[in-house]
Design a protein around this ligand. Structure first.
Ligand code: ZN
Length: 144
C-alpha cells in the first residue's frame, strides 16, 4: 500500500513536470506517435553521440498521466546508455507491461518501477508503451 502511494507520487510528479520535455515546435520534423484508444500523443527526438550513447533525448507528450510519465521516466533512464542498451531496456519494459515478464524486474531500472502497477490495467498498457515504441523507431532512424 505504501509502495503504491510512492509510485503514484512518482507518476504524478513526472506528469506535472515532465523531464526533458520541449515545446512541440522544437520537434516539428519528428513523427507524431499516437495511442488513439486514450488520446495520447508524443513526438520524440533521440540524438546519439559519436560513441553511440544517447546524447540528447527530448519529447513533447500530451495525454494521460501514465503516457506522459512513461515518456518522462524513459528519457531519464536512457540518458548516457548506448543505443543497444536502450533497445534492451525498451524491450524489457514492453515485455513487462504486456505481462510477458515479471514487472518486478523493472525495480532494477530505478523510478521506472513506478509503472509496474500498470500491468494490472490492460487498457493502460498502450499508454505506458507509446513512448517506448517511438523510441525503438527513433533509434533505428538515429543509426541509419
Ligand atoms: Zn493514456
Amino acid at each position: 500500500m505504501i509502495l503504491d502511494d510512492l509510485y503514484r507520487e512518482v507518476i504524478l510528479d513526472h506528469y506535472r513536470a515532465p523531464r526533458n520535455a520541449v515545446a512541440p515546435e522544437e520537434l516539428a520534423g519528428r513523427p507524431v506517435h499516437e495511442n488513439p484508444a486514450c488520446g495520447d500523443s508524443l513526438r520524440l527526438e533521440v540524438v546519439l553521440a559519436q560513441d553511440g550513447t544517447v546524447k540528447h533525448i527530448r519529447h513533447h507528450s500530451q495525454g494521460c498521466a501514465i503516457s506522459v510519465a512513461s515518456a518522462s521516466l524513459m528519457t531519464e533512464v536512457l540518458r548516457g546508455r548506448s543505443a543497444a542498451e536502450s533497445r534492451v531496456v525498451a524491450n524489457r519494459f514492453i515485455r513487462a507491461m504486456r505481462g510477458e515478464d515479471n514487472p518486478r524486474g523493472l525495480e532494477e531500472l530505478g523510478d521506472l518501477a513506478a509503472l509496474q502497477g500498470v500491468t494490472r490495467f490492460p487498457l493502460r498498457v498502450k499508454c505506458a508503451t507509446l513512448a517506448w515504441h517511438a523510441l525503438l523507431e527513433a533509434l533505428l532512424d538515429a543509426l541509419r
